[in-house]
Design a protein around this ligand. Structure first.
Ligand SMILES: [Zn+2]
Length: 83
């Protein structure tokens, strides 16, 4: 069973959460092109190893947060606040 450490509720089963995508810097809306927005919204790197991801604790505090997770081992090494 995979556990995710919610910053507000503590470690909980991954079934309580919804994956919201890889986290990265948001492009500047005043200077970005349509293709850059499309890439930001719909394309994922899907790395084999460490990834910064967004999660939503729908069955708990109903808050969004980020984690750094190893996609090979599901090890989580850091969590953060809102994405
Ligand atoms: Zn929570």
């Amino acid at each position: 069973m995979m556990l995710l450490p919610c910053p507000w509720c503590g470690p909980r089963s991954a079934g309580e959460f919804r994956f919201t995508g890889e986290s990265g810097p948001r492009p500047d809306p005043t200077t970005t092109t349509t293709d850059e927005w499309r890439s930001y919204l719909y394309l994922q790197d899907n790395p084999c190893g460490w990834s910064r991801e967004g999660w939503y604790h729908g069955a708990g505090c109903r808050r969004f947060f980020t984690v750094e997770r190893n996609t090979l081992s599901n090890e989580v090494r850091a969590t953060g606040g809102p994405r």
